[in-house]
Design a protein around this ligand. Structure first.
Ligand code: C2E
Ligand code: CA
Ligand code: CA
Length: 601
């Protein structure tokens, strides 16, 4: 065995010289033969081990440890010849210069006779680098340090796998951009850094304006290609110290660290918007996709990751709503109670994940008692807050622009349900509520048309309820949109009538089919003469104008009867039925022969 460290210098000498008997001598000789055989085997094992093994002499005084032995594995790993390393210092481990502190720690441990272990980058003789797992273990004999054994493991492969796994976990597979996780970490770091430097960080959240259309029209593959192109352009707009991430879908985020002021952040947003202005070409198709950007600044709009994200999110919807390209987190839209801000963020998720539910409340024809329609009323089954009434989140949705996706979703689901009922032999007509903001949406008629076509529903099956006040917010505009809807064959209703300030003459001009008397008058009409007078007047007026009247909030039989006497056409209220899920409505219709039994009561 060449230059092995494992010398068989046991006390043979003593055995020969001591005065002992022959049997004892033979026993000891056999024992020693066994020992040397074991040592030889061990030595061979060490030699052929793939692992790099080195044995070093202990440090003596100021002289550091010296290499006494290395195995083939060690030489192969580094590209050393054995003779080059014997007698050398621990420098042979080749720890790279940038990890000098680890090399220092190693020596420190050796001088203090403490085991040492570290994962380090080491350089081979040819200059290439590898990741090694290095362990140094002291070997003692009778309490005296005799040697150090070093084990060197090449973990480059395993490390690369870990690195690639980490990359997968922190990057978006489609665009290769950092994902949400990495963005959060980077934002956290940027905030910490800015706090120390008294600097500013800008968070930009961006959402493409017409991405869904592209996806729906040309397919997902198309959408994917577009997203990659968008990612590429975004990256080109950012400096090295900034980060562009894809949060999912068509949503991107950018961190502009050390933004000097709001102006700088606005500039970055404008740069991004400009970069997207040039049309995209996907498979020969020329596509125009705008974007909306919401900006939140540290420390102006928030001191932590969560509040900045929420702020930017709200601002993004403001930008979308105002079609202003970009928008800052503002006191008016954003800095409400943290609770409300949380609600905005959660509502967005709820729309995406379908946590919103539709309930249906029958509208009955008073004279026949038959159900004419079901009003669609939205509910939010919030994971922690329980069922939320629309009044708790619709106004918020309106202020933040979330009302758009909400209305899109609502129309789609209500008509899907309408189609399902028809297919099941129950031709239920539906009435959906459209908020003031949605009424101002130029695309509303187009969206309604698309949803009707998608579910193959006759336009007459759909009624749209708009509150009196939302019409009055911009009467000329509302009139134009309503006229378009009417020309499509969709039925229209003025909701909450009596609570707004519309002059009665306005009603004449509006292309509406129905007037709904607000429940605040209906509820008290049997006990308040004034309310009864209002209800009576509205009924007469509506009939004069050729419109139908619906009374909402019928809570008892007396009200129902009085409405019958006044010649009201339709009624709706808890006394007839509360709003209920689609399935229950079918049961209700079955049990009540479409509401018929009410006629007799
Ligand atoms: P609304 O359009 O006037 O709807 C009637 C409201 O009165 C509903 O409340 C309904 O559950 C309730 N109601 C029905 N019968 C009675 C009754 O006999 N007595 C009383 N006191 N109340 C009754 P809900 O579902 O909480 O909706 C409140 C408002 O939220 C709605 O008023 C509507 O303006 C809005 N809303 C509901 N769903 C939607 C929606 O899908 N989109 C939009 N934009 N707004 C919606
Ligand atoms: Ca309504
Ligand atoms: Ca109403």
């Amino acid at each position: 065995m060449p230059d092995g460290p494992v010398e068989t210098t046991t006390s043979l000498h003593t055995a020969w010289t001591t005065d002992i008997g022959v049997p004892e001598l033979e026993r000891r000789l056999a024992e020693q033969r066994l020992q040397s055989e074991q040592l030889r085997l061990l030595g061979t094992a060490v030699h052929v081990a793939e692992e790099g093994i080195a044995i070093l002499t202990p440090a003596v005084e100021a002289v550091g440890p010296r290499v006494a032995f290395v195995n083939d594995g060690f030489c192969g790993m580094y590209g050393y010849k054995r003779e080059d390393v014997i007698g050398q210092t621990p420098e042979i481990f080749g720890i790279v210069e940038r990890q000098q502190s680890i090399a220092d720690a190693l020596l420190h441990h050796v001088f203090e006779t403490r085991p040492f272990a570290a994962e380090v980058t080491a350089q081979r003789t040819d200059g290439s680098e590898m990741e090694i797992d290095l362990q140094l273990v002291p070997v003692e004999d009778a309490g005296q340090l005799t040697h150090w054994v070093a084990f060197v493991h090449d973990v480059t492969m395993a490390k690369t796998q870990v690195v690639s796994l980490r990359h997968q976990a922190t990057h978006d597979g489609l665009t290769g951009l950092p994902n949400r996780t990495l963005l959060f970490d980077a934002l956290e770091a940027a905030i910490t850094d800015a706090r120390e430097k008294n600097a500013m960080v800008a968070l930009l959240l961006m959402d493409l304006d017409r991405f869904k259309e592209v996806n729906d029209t040309f397919g997902h593959h198309f959408g994917d290609v577009l997203l990659r192109q968008v990612a590429f352009r975004l990256q080109n707009q950012m400096r090295g110290s900034d980060m562009v991430a894809r949060l999912g879908g068509d949503e991107f985020a950018m961190i502009v660290s050390d933004a000097a002021d709001a102006q700088a952040a606005a500039l970055a947003a404008r740069r991004v918007l400009n970069a997207l202005e040039l049309p995209f070409v996907v498979e020969g198709q020329v596509l125009d996709v705008g974007a909306s950007i919401g900006i939140a600044l540290y420390p102006t709009h928030g001191a932590d990751v969560r509040s900045l994200l929420r702020g930017a999110d709200v601002a993004m919807y403001t930008a979308k709503e105002n079609q202003s390209g970009y928008s800052f987190h503002s006191r008016e839209t954003g800095t409400r109670s943290p609770d409300q801000l949380a609600l905005v963020a959660e509502l967005r998720v709820a729309i995406e994940r379908g946590q919103l539910e539709l309930h249906y409340q029958p509208k009955l024809h008073l004279r026949s008692g038959l159900m004419t329609r079901a009003e669609v009323l939205i509910r939010w089954n919030h994971p922690s807050r329980g069922f939320l009434a629309p009044t708790e989140f619709i106004p918020l949705a309106e202020r933040t622009g979330l009302i758009r996706p909400l209305t899109d979703w609502l129309l789609d689901r209500a008509l899907e349900q309408c189609r399902a009922w028809q297919d099941a032999g129950a031709p239920v007509h539906v009435a959906v509520n459209i908020s003031a903001k949605s009424l101002l949406d130029q695309d509303l008629p187009q969206k309604v048309h698309a949803a009707l076509a998608r579910w193959n529903v006759d336009p007459r099956f759909l009624k749209i309820e708009i509150t009196e006040s939302s019409i009055m917010a911009d009467p000329a505009h509302a009139l134009a949109i309503l006229a378009m809807l009417q020309s499509m064959g969709v039925r229209l209703s003025v909701d909450d009538f009596g609570t707004g300030y519309s002059s009665l003459t306005h009603l004449r001009e509006l292309p509406i089919d129905e007037i709904k008397i607000d429940k605040s008058f209906v509820g008290q009409m049997t006990v308040s003469d004034a309310d009864a007078a209002i209800v009576r007047t509205v009924i007469h007026l509506a009939h004069d104008l050729g419109k139908q009247v619906c009374a909402e909030g019928v809570e008892d039989e007396a009200t129902w009867k009085m409405l019958c006497d006044l010649g009201c056409d339709l009624a709706q209220g808890y006394w007839i039925a509360k709003p209920m899920p689609a399935g229950e409505l079918m049961q209700w219709l079955d049990q009540n022969s479409w509401g018929l039994h009410r006629k007799s009561s």
